[in-house]
Design a protein around this ligand. Sequence first.
Ligand code: PEP
Length: 244
Amino acid sequence: MSIIIGNWKMYKTRHQAVEFIKALLPLIQNCPNEVWLSVPFTSLQVCVEEAKGKGVKIGAQNMNEASEGAFTGEIAGQMLKEGGAEFVLLGHSERRKIFHETDEMIAAKVGKALEVGITPVLCVGETEEEREGGEEKEVLQRQIFQGFQKAPKDAYVILAYEPVWAIGTGKMATPKLAAEAHVFCRKILTSHFGKNGKSIPILYGGSVKPDTIQALLKENDINGALVGGASLDPKSFAAIANAR
Ligand code: PEP
């Protein structure tokens, strides 16, 4: 069973979010995979209520590493937990690039998410320049080691490999290239987490579409997908979620 996560980014009002879930549920009744949705903070609670008992996990797209404090505009892990979030995306490349999040900040967020009982989905991936310069392994190693610095060896965490050049560009990594990166990520995970590293799900993200998901899921260490653009439409997201 794979894990398919939709990342809505800053799309969908509460009303649109509810409409989406109502349209999605009948389309994934015999779904072979786990379906998770990462929604805007304002839609968290309505999505949790709408998806209750229907096998869809609802999560958030970011959180602050502090427990509470004078951080205008931020949200704490405990607030997400109370709102019903079961997981949170951390270190998405848009957060790293636009909001200048460092590996150190991301590590603190991962630690806090685990502390409050939310599964962290750590996003890692190289830029186009880094790949062209042959630095992708170095980048992945650094982002994984540092990002999981505060995670206990037996923690339940998820890793998402998202090459930055493939996000929102329509340029999906070939299954072969993605698989090579996943095998490398698995090596880093086992050296960091020991035996637990063998079972940590590694998801691929970057321009996944209904017609490309199947080939990705056939690869050994690709345990699911993180889907941006194609998760905004219930039909295309259901087609991805139903892939075997
Ligand atoms: C993402 O935002 O994590 C992502 C993978 O986006 P897209 O599927 O649109 O490339």
